[in-house]
Design a protein around this ligand. Structure first.
Ligand code: PAF
Length: 277
């Protein structure tokens, strides 16, 4: 398996491939959630590229770009073990000549004025821009994204449709620890106590799902009971949306997706999680 840092080298390799190319876009610090995406791509495609790039354009000024874990050597070992063909790990300079004078891909306001888009202004412009660049660089046939980042997945699917990228987006289920914690590279920021507190996210989602299964459809009851479990965390949002449209869920809607974002004290780590009710 090769580790490649240059766009020109990736282009050279993919130019002559006559098999389907799977892309797994990541920011590294790979865990079993990423592993499930890589395994699926290896199974589905003749050639798999895992990109490892901590994308500065999707981080706000007070966010964790500098401290985001960078573990390329371990990541590459895992990718090789899982059967990936190439790790594409460009530098920031290789990807962006000048981030201040950059042509951005901007998702519509209606898709970003809520949930993570509301509390992280510019985040999804950065995600849509880097993902478009990775699509153009790798010329992939399929791209694999985790359902934990549900709003990101929704926005990327819409971007692919709106901009006619000839790429199949493959959503992959959330992978959880045995106690329910959704896997995330940011879990590495949590100490023992914070990790216990972080379990409140999946507990709140599971409890709302139980209520839903008992027939409760009142949005306030569902949200309030989740908020009660989340007490002690710095909650950014608890929302229920229609998973197809990401519009606010209406009580007549059949399917509902509950999403939570919260900072875990005292580490200030912002985690997200979601579950279909
Ligand atoms: O989900 C992520 O890790 C990132 O947002 C992505 C899709 C790799 C873009 O930088």
């Amino acid at each position: 398996m090769k580790i490649i840092h240059k766009i020109s080298q990736i282009r050279e390799i993919t130019k002559n491939l006559n098999v389907s190319v799977g892309l797994v876009p990541t920011m590294g610090a790979l865990h079993s959630g990423h592993a499930s995406l890589i395994e699926k791509s290896v199974k589905d495609n003749g050639f798999t590229i895992v990109s490892v790039f901590v994308n500065p354009v999707q981080f706000g000024i007070n966010e964790d770009f500098d401290k985001y874990p960078r573990t390329l050597e371990n990541d590459a070992q895992l990718c090789e073990k899982l059967g990936a063909d190439v790790v594409f790990a460009p530098s920031v300079d290789e990807m962006y000549q000048d981030t201040r004078e950059l042509t951005l891909v901007c998702p519509p306001y209606s898709a970003i004025n809520k949930l993570c888009g509301k509390s992280r202004p510019g985040h999804f412009d950065g995600v849509a821009t880097v993902v478009s660049k990775l699509f153009n660089i790798t010329k992939c046939t399929r791209a694999y994204f985790g359902q934990k980042d549900a709003q990101q997945l929704f926005i990327i699917k819409k971007m692919v449709k709106d901009l006619n990228f000839d790429i199949e987006i493959v959503p992959c289920p959330i992978i959880r620890e045995s106690d329910g914690l959704a896997l995330s590279s940011r879990n590495s920021y949590l100490d023992e106590n914070a990790r216990k507190e972080a379990l409140k996210l999946s507990r709140a989602l599971n409890y709302s799902k139980e209520l839903w299964q008992k027939g409760i459809r009142d949005k306030d009851i569902l949200r309030d009971s989740a908020l009660k479990i989340l007490e002690g965390l710095d909650v950014d949002y608890v929302e229920i949306v229609d998973p197809e449209t990401f519009e606010d869920w209406q009580e007549t809607g059949k399917k509902a997706l509950m999403l939570i974002a919260a900072k875990i004290p005292p580490t200030n780590t912002r985690l997200i999680d979601n579950m279909e009710l």
